[in-house]
Design a protein around this ligand. Structure first.
Ligand code: SF4
Ligand code: SF4
Length: 440
């Protein structure tokens, strides 16, 4: 059984990716819930399944439960919102994405948001909450982005019960129902949890206790989570939401949940302080400030990206002029692309790269060479040039695929970070997603 550490160290002393980082996570460590806060960034509106107890609301300021938010943010808006929230509530140690849909049903928005925030706030913990269906595909991305904590909602390990909980499950363009849907999501959840643990993340399982559906099955879920090495289990009483198939069921009482926790506790540590937070929750668990900071969220949701008219070009590292396929350090020259009047892209010129072997001054020279470029697209680059180029206003984006596709993203709204977030692993550019979300 895992030990939960109880003395929170300071942010400066702990690597956010280390196991010890859990001491600064108010959900994973009850002792820190009075001193460490979290902010949920509502950047994931869609879900890829439909649970029979879920009804998402995107503009509700009055309800407090998972799936509810008073606004949706784009990644660049989420970064600005984080900045403003941290100024007002410096006790925040965790940035989480918990909906209002499922983060991994919105992979571009989720990964891009994490990338933007990781660059500016490397000390913050990252946390994701998902139904697990689409998570296996992004396990390496999450680990690379430094996600330290994840929650998977696992309501059952029996597909016959799952068929009663999930109305449908969508995988790509195929919609599954009944037992087939339940089998698919269970298989993915197992893969997601094992993969997260294999990559060193702290994992919590949320199990929604649904009277007459899975309440006699909680021990089996606890046994499975224990076998998978899950760090924490959170038994959440189902909240009967009007207009859903389970809307008429009675919410399980405190005594029921406590008895179930007592039974499951010997197998896996139990969370006892969950607040069933909104998808835009912010502040300490015991002092949620989402109402008070709702105006900040609303203002950030209306922000437009800064124009980059002073940097009209995008530089590209390419072997043959068709694909982005050279490492920054390998490129002997860069193609410089701009927008044509008809909205397509035109090759403006080629520029000779500074010669190799001159240490940091090589990257300073490159930054000067590309001072009219908003971005440089490369297959990969090191941290030193990344830092120098970013500071000089040319955002390096590691990506792969056709130059024209990459340019379409680079010139699109907040597309540069997306280029990096969805790089080579899944065949390059242009992958998108669909779906709807998960409470925390
Ligand atoms: Fe933590 Fe529970 Fe709130 Fe999620 S819903 S942030 S687990 S307290
Ligand atoms: Fe289920 Fe969460 Fe999706 Fe709602 S948002 S349907 S609770 S996975």
């Amino acid at each position: 059984m895992q030990t939960i550490i109880t003395t929170p160290p300071t942010a400066a002393t702990v690597d956010p990716k280390s196991a010890a980082s859990s001491v600064r996570h108010p959900c994973f460590n009850k002792e820190s819930s009075g001193s460490c806060g979290r902010v949920h960034l509502p950047v994931a509106p869609r879900c890829n399944i439909q649970c029979n107890y879920c009804n998402r609301k995107y503009d509700c300021v009055n309800e407090s439960r998972p799936g509810v938010t008073s606004g949706i943010l784009k990644p660049y808006q989420a970064l600005e919102y984080t900045r403003q929230v941290l100024e007002k509530e410096p006790r925040i140690t965790v940035v989480g994405i918990a909906g209002p849909g499922d983060p991994m049903a919105n992979p571009a928005e989720t990964l891009e948001t994490m990338l933007l925030i990781r660059r500016e706030y490397p000390h913050l913990l990252f946390c994701l909450s998902s139904n697990g269906l689409a998570m296996p595909e992004y396990l390496d991305d999450l680990a690379e982005l430094g996600v330290s904590h994840a929650t998977v909602t696992l309501n059952t390990v029996d597909p016959a019960i799952g068929a009663r909980i999930y109305s449908w499950v969508r995988d790509g363009n195929v919609v599954y129902r009944g037992q087939a849907a339940a089998e698919l999501i269970l298989e993915r959840q197992m893969e997601a949890i094992s993969g997260l643990k294999a990559r060193g993340l702290a994992v919590k399982v949320n199990t929604i206790v649904i009277p007459g559906v899975n309440d006699a099955h909680i021990q089996a879920v606890a046994e499975k989570t224990s076998a998978l090495g899950v760090d924490l289990m959170n038994l959440m009483p189902m909240f009967p939401t009007a207009g859903t198939p389970f809307g008429e069921l009675k919410e399980p009482g405190k005594d029921v949940i406590e008895a179930l926790r007592a039974e499951a506790g010997p197998l896996v540590p139990q969370m006892t302080h969950c607040r069933r937070c909104r998808a835009d929750a912010v502040g300490l668990l015991c002092n949620d400030r989402s109402g008070e900071l709702g105006g900040v969220l609303s203002a950030c949701s209306k922000l437009v990206p800064k124009a980059q008219d002073d940097r009209p070009y995008v530089a590209v590292a390419t072997r043959e002029g068709l694909l982005v396929n050279l490492h920054l350090g390998e490129a002997k020259r860069f193609q410089i692309w701009g927008l044509a009047e008809n909205g397509t892209f035109r090759l403006v010129e080629e520029r000779q790269a500074p010669s190799a072997g001159c240490g940091p001054s090589r990257w300073e020279d490159l930054a000067r060479l590309l001072s009219d470029c908003r971005a440089v697209l490369v297959s990969a680059l090191g941290e030193a040039p990344r830092k120098i180029l970013t500071e000089r206003g040319t955002l390096p984006a590691a990506c792969s695929g056709f130059i024209e596709d990459a340019l379409a993203l680079a010139y699109g709204e907040d597309g540069l970070a997306r280029l990096e977030a969805l790089k080579a692993r899944r065949g390059g550019l242009g992958k998108s997603c669909c779906g709807t979300g998960d409470g925390c």
